[in-house]
Every structure is written in C-alpha cells, then in structure tokens.
Design a protein around this ligand. Structure first.
Ligand code: GLY
Length: 426
C-alpha cells in the first residue's frame, strides 16, 4: 500500500525532506503545507499555516494522510502530534510533552541533570535582581538563554558583563521575547568545536544520522550577528565513529531513557547540539525537529529510503542499526537576501536557479522564495541553499560555490568560507 504523506513547513529544511520523500517507491501522494515554489515541483502545496493546528488536522482528514512529517518546532511544542495521534494518524515528530526538550530550556536542563548528561552548568531565574546578583558573582563570559521558543533569537553569548546584563534586562524587564523570556538561564560559557547530531528516536530505539555542522554567524570567519544558519556540511571530521558512539551512549540514550522514566515517549528526530570541549562533549541544546540547514546536507547523502525511516520512527516499527549513506561529503551554502538577519528583502527577481541545479551533484533547496507574475522572487531572509556532494570537502565546496555563482538577485549575500576548515583537514 502506498503512503499518503504531508510535510508541514515551507523552508529549505522542508524542501530537502520533500525531495528525499519524493524519491521513495512507497509514496502514493505528497502534500506540503504551505510549501514554497521549489517544493511545489515535488509535492502538492496546500495553503495551511504550520501554526494552524486545526487546519492541518482537517487537511490530514480531507486528504486521508497516512503520515505527517513536521518540519518546524512551533507546531510540535503546541501539540500538533498529540492532536493528530488522537485522530489515529501517524506523525513524525514528538508529542507536546517530549517537544518540551526544545520548548523549555529549563526543562531540558532538568532532564539532563536527572539523566547525568554532560552539559554546561546553569542557573534559572524569573526575577531580574537575583539574576543580576548571580552575574555579579560569576562574571562573563556567560550565555544568557530565554527559556522558551524565541525564533532562534533567544540566546546571547555575552563576552562582557554589560552584554549579559543587557540580555537579562531585555528578557526579564523589557519582555523582548514575551512569555518565552519570562524564565531565563544563565549558563556556563563553553569553548570548542560545535556539531549537530540528529538521531531518529522511536520510543527506546535510536538511529543516529551522520553528524553535521552549521554556521550560525552571518559573515566569514564567524563574524557578524547570529543567523538561522548560513551554511552546513556533513560529516564532521571532529566527530569520528568512536566519538559519536560515546555521545549516543552518554547523551542521547540517557536523555530518551529519562523521558521514558517520566512516561514520555519520543517519536521523531532528536537534534543534539554539542560542543566538543577539552573535557569531552557537552550538550548546548536539544531540538525536537530536523536542523536547518543541516537537513539540506544530510538528505543528499542519505542512501536509505527516507520515507521508510520516517514511517518506522512514527509507527514504532524496528529501525535499522545504521542508515546507509552515499560515499563522500556534502556542503551547503545559504544565500540570504539584503539586510539579513536584521531584516530581509522581498520581491527581488532570482535568476539562475535552474542552471545551478543542473550542475552535477548539486541540489538547490528553496526557502524564502515566492512566485510573482511567473518569476521566482525573494520572500524572506534565507532564500536558497545550494548543496553539493563530492568525494571530499574541497570538491564539494568547489561545486557548491560554482552553483552559487550561477545564481543572482539584487543584494544577495553568502559566506565564502563554508567547510573551508574541513577541506583544509583533507
Ligand atoms: N541549525 C540550527 C537549528 O536548526 O536549530
């Protein structure tokens, strides 16, 4: 029996998921809500917002969807998986109780502490004065984190006490992040290489995917403001099989087990952001969904049938011990619009996407795009990801940047150093 699948979301991550699912022989029909012009080439777009849980549930009933794959975190934290499960529909993405791992950083710390998972020390505050007193005692550098979802803007790495104080005031006094910042974590600053480890988790079963790395700063050399991610690559030379195994056994499995001990099952992808400190790996964050732009470099490498894996995860069927991967590596370069990340530019005509996508081993995933009078135009901050596979990082980089070179629109910006260090390591 073929599967009828709905992907929720409309960014580059969802474009990569749709592309992966579209290649499955098990697929009968593929919908995406709301999708984007790139996704529309591979799935039927449906105008329902990811925040409109009832609208999504109605769509699932109307189209008799067998499996809903949820891209962004907000619908999961709001309980989309619970709503659909209550109607007997399979969902790839955890229930609300498990999505709190991303929805509340204080909850994630509590789980890690209870499970003995290595992470930075943190203190939790709801009042400004005690937070300032703690800061006075401990000084900077320090990391200030809004507890709840803040559209990727709730984390400040404060190198000075003044920056930390400003971040605390923004959250606790000025309510810059609304309720998401009414609780704040003041966390130990850790140093080391970062990596994103995504694992499919289905109750007690864990299938680690290949490690990836993203680039959060806007400018070359990790300068400039934080963004949603300006590029990525996979695998990560610093995370060899032994290190990954260590992380699975000391971080991922104990976290899933601690949730299970509390009666919380997890079915979906668990994204663990780790930092490889001199004292070993430490968790920076958990997310309850695929990473963006990590997914855009994982899917092109995946040889296993993506839909099989998603379906098995969602339905509690057995998962293989390992996924199969194409040989080589993948590098993804994000192209953003003028003003990003402070603002974004809309309506600029985009040229060259087809030419870039026609290069060997290159995929172009669309994110902030729209169709206006038959032309592809910008419609957001992160516009496209050009992802290229290659036998090594130097080859993949060259192909990805060749693809970037074919694309043009007024004000386009991109980093030129994605995977440069990895290429230097051979
Ligand atoms: N790339 C970071 C994230 O998806 O949260």
């Amino acid at each position: 029996m073929g599967l009828r699948v709905l992907v929720v979301g409309g960014g580059g991550r969802e474009h990569a998921l749709v592309s992966g699912i579209a290649g499955s022989p098990r697929l009968e029909a593929l919908f995406c809500a709301p999708g984007n012009p790139g996704i529309a080439a591979e799935a039927e777009p449906v105008r329902v917002s990811p925040e409109d849980l009832e609208g999504l549930a109605a769509l699932v009933e109307r189209e008799d969807v067998d499996l809903t794959v949820v891209g962004p975190e907000a619908p999961l934290v709001s309980g989309l998986a619970d709503l659909l499960a209550a109607r007997g529909r399979a969902v790839f993405g955890p229930a609300q109780a498990a999505a709190r791992l991303e929805g509340s950083k204080a909850f994630a710390k509590e789980i890690m502490e209870a499970a003995g998972v290595p992470t930075g020390r943190a203190a939790v505050f709801t009042m400004l004065n005690p937070a300032l007193a703690f800061l006075e005692e401990h000084g900077a550098p320090v990391v200030i984190k809004a507890d709840g979802l803040a559209a990727g803007k709730g984390v400040v790495v404060a190198t000075t006490r003044q920056e930390a104080e400003d971040a605390l005031r923004a959250c606790l006094s000025e309510r810059a992040f609304g309720d998401a910042g009414k609780t704040v974590l003041v966390e130990e600053y850790l140093e080391g290489e970062e990596a994103s480890l995504l694992a499919l988790v289905s109750d007690g079963r864990v299938l680690p995917l290949a490690p990836a790395q993203d680039y959060k700063r806007a400018l070359d050399g990790d300068q400039g403001p934080n963004t949603g991610g300006m590029g990525s690559y996979s695998p990560v030379p610093g995370v060899d099989a032994q290190m990954y195994d260590h992380i699975v056994h000391t971080i991922i499995r104990p976290t899933v087990a601690e949730l299970a001990d509390r009666g919380i099952s997890y079915r979906g992808v668990l994204y663990t952001g780790v930092i490889l400190t001199a004292d070993g790996p430490r968790v920076l964050e958990f997310n309850c969904r695929f990473g963006d732009p990590e997914t855009q470099v994982l899917i092109p490498r995946l040889k296993s049938d993506l839909l099989d894996l998603l379906w098995a995860t969602a339905t509690g069927a057995d998962l293989p011990e390992t996924a199969e991967w194409h040989p080589g590596v993948c590098v993804g370069v994000v192209i953003a619009s003028r003003g990003y990340p402070a603002s974004s530019s809309k309506g600029d005509a985009i040229e060259g996407v087809e030419a870039a996508a026609g290069l060997p081993d290159v995929k172009v995933y669309q994110a902030g795009t729209a169709c206006k009078e038959g032309r592809l135009v910008t419609a957001g901050g992160r516009v496209l990801v050009v992802a290229a596979r290659g036998k090594d990082f130097a080859t993949a980089r060259e192909r990805a940047y060749e693809g970037v070179g074919k694309i043009s629109f007024p004000g386009m910006q991109w980093r030129t150093d994605i995977a440069q260090r990895a290429a230097g390591r051979g």
